[in-house]
Design a protein around this ligand. Structure first.
Ligand code: ASP
Length: 420
C-alpha cells in the first residue's frame, strides 16, 4: 500500500491535472491512496473570500466568482462533454459557500475559514477523481472528513489519532483493494461534523496521517523541485540534491523552516518506519530524495533562510530573574497568540526570541508582554540556519551581514543577522 500526495502546483491547471493523472496511472501500485491539495492558489483566494465576508467589505461574492471561474475553466479543458455530472457537482460545492455568505457573519473567523477554505480541497479532489475515471483509471473519491478526526481548534486542528486510526483501518483498505482512492489533504472533522483544517500547507501532514494509519510502505510527495535540496534555489545559485536523508535530519530541517515538507509530516512516518519519497512531477523518472531510517548524515551542509524576523527582548521590570515562573508566563503568551519561536536565548535577566513578523498577533503579544516586562524589539532581520555547519559555511552566508545573535550546537548553527 502506498500514499501519493499532490500539492497545489501539481493541479494548478488542466495540463497539470492531466500530468498528475498520468503519474498516478503509470506508477500506481496494488493499493494506492492519493491525497490532493487545492488547485493552484485557491486556498489564498478562498481565504480572501472569508476575510471579505467576516469584515463585511461587500466583496466576498466577487472574489468567490474568481475561484469559480478558475475551476470551471479547468473543468471545460478536461471534459469536452459539458453534461458530465462533475460540472453540477462542483457547482454544488460552491453553492454551499454562497449559503454561508448569504447569512450575516456571526461565527469566529477561524471557524468560517475552515468551512469556506476546505472547499478548495473538496473540489480539486472531485475533479481529479472524475478525470481519472474519465481516462479509465478506476477511482473512488473519499471524503477525508469521514476519516481524519480532530478537536475543534479551527485552522490548527489537532488529530485524534485513536479514532482516526480505527476508522481508517476499518474502511479504507477494502476500498483500495478495488479502486484508487482520491482524498483531500489539509482537512478533517470534529466529532460534531464541523470541518476543520490542519494548518497551512497541511496536506503533507494528511498524507502522513493516512499512511501511518494504513501502515503504508511508502509515501511519495510529488513536487515541482527534483527532491530535497541543500538550500532553497531562491537564495542560492548552486544547490545540491540530497538523495537520502535520515528522519532526524528531515525533522530538524523542516523544524528550522525548510519549506519543502510540512514539519509535522515526518514524525508519524518515522514512528511506523515508512519511507518518504520526494519526487518531481515535472521529471517523474528521476528518483528524488528518500527519507528513511539511516545512519548516513547529510552529505552536504544545508541552509535555511527565513526573512522578515523580529527579535523580541524581554526583561523583568522588577528584580526577578528569567526563571521558571517568568518563562512560563512568556511561553503561555506566545502559545495563546499562536506565535512560533524560531530561535531563543536567555541570560539571568533577559530572554530574547526571534519570530516571524506576522503583524497583528505580534502587536497583540507585545502589548501583553509590556504589562509585566520591559520589551525591546528589532525588526527586519534574517534568520539563517545551517545544519552540519563549519566556519567556511558561516563565512559564506555572512557577506554584507551583521550578526545580532548566534546559537550553536553540535550540528546546527543559527545566525540572526541584519543587512549592512
Ligand atoms: N491548500 C492548503 C494550503 O495552501 C494545504 C496545502 O496545500 O498543503 O495551505
Amino acid at each position: 500500500m502506498q500514499v501519493f500526495k499532490f500539492g497545489g502546483a501539481s493541479v494548478k491547471d488542466a495540463e497539470s491535472v492531466k500530468n498528475s493523472a498520468h503519474i498516478i496511472s503509470k506508477y500506481k501500485v496494488d493499493a494506492l491512496l492519493v491525497v490532493v491539495s487545492a488547485m493552484g492558489k485557491t486556498t489564498n483566494l478562498l481565504e480572501d473570500v472569508t476575510k471579505a465576508y467576516h469584515q463585511n467589505t461587500g466583496e466576498a461574492f466577487e472574489i468567490l466568482e474568481k475561484a469559480k471561474a478558475f475551476h470551471y475553466n479547468i473543468l471545460s479543458d478536461l471534459f469536452e462533454d459539458s453534461n458530465h455530472p462533475i460540472f453540477d457537482e462542483i457547482a454544488n460545492c460552491f453553492v454551499e459557500i454562497e449559503w454561508i455568505l448569504e447569512e450575516e457573519p456571526q461565527d469566529s473567523f477561524d471557524y468560517l475559514f475552515d468551512q469556506i477554505v476546505s472547499t478548495g480541497e473538496i473540489v480539486s479532489s472531485k475533479i481529479l477523481a472524475a478525470y481519472l475515471n474519465h481516462i479509465g483509471v478506476k477511482t473512488q473519491w473519499l471524503d477525508a472528513r469521514n476519516y481524519i478526526m480532530t478537536d475543534n481548534t479551527y485552522t490548527e486542528a489537532q488529530v485524534n489519532w485513536e479514532k482516526t486510526e480505527a476508522i481508517i483501518q476499518a474502511e479504507i483498505p477494502k476500498i483500495l483493494s478495488e479502486y484508487i482512492g482520491v482524498t483531500q489533504g489539509f482537512i478533517g472533522s470534529t466529532s460534531e461534523n464541523f470541518t476543520t483544517t490542519l494548518g497551512r500547507e497541511g496536506s503533507d501532514y494528511s498524507a502522513a496521517i493516512f499512511a501511518a494509519c494504513l501502515n503504508a510502505e511508502h509515501v511519495t510527495i510529488w513536487k515541482d523541485v527534483p527532491g530535497v535540496l541543500n538550500a532553497d534555489p531562491k537564495w542560492f545559485e548552486k544547490t545540491e540534491l540530497i538523495p537520502e536523508l535520515s528522519y532526524t535530519d528531515a525533522i530538524e530541517l523542516t523544524y528550522y523552516g525548510a519549506t519543502v515538507i510540512h514539519p509535522k509530516t515526518i514524525k508519524p512516518l518515522q514512528n511506523k518506519n515508512i519511507q518518504l519519497n520526494v519526487r518531481s512531477f515535472l521529471n517523474p523518472e528521476v528518483p528524488g530524495t528518500k527519507i528513511k531510517s539511516t545512519n548516513v548524515s547529510l552529505p552536504v551542509p544545508s541552509f535555511i533562510f527565513k526573512v522578515n524576523q523580529i527579535l523580541i527582548s524581554i526583561s523583568p521590570r522588577d528584580f526577578s530573574f528569567i526563571v521558571e515562573d517568568n518563562l512560563r508566563d512568556i511561553f503561555n503568551l506566545f502559545h495563546q497568540f499562536r506565535i512560533k519561536i524560531n530561535m531563543m536565548h536567555n541570560s539571568a535577566i533577559n530572554f530574547s526570541v526571534a519570530v516571524d513578523d506576522t503583524g497583528q498577533n505580534i502587536l497583540e503579544v507585545l502589548d501583553e508582554l509590556k504589562k509585566k516586562f520591559k520589551v525591546n524589539i528589532e525588526t527586519g532581520l534574517e534568520l539563517i540556519t545551517i545544519r552540519y555547519y563549519n566556519q567556511e559555511t558561516i563565512n559564506r552566508v555572512l557577506v554584507d551581514k551583521q550578526v545580532i545573535s548566534e546559537l550553536k550546537d553540535t550540528y546546527t548553527c543559527q545566525l540572526l543577522v541584519k543587512k549592512i
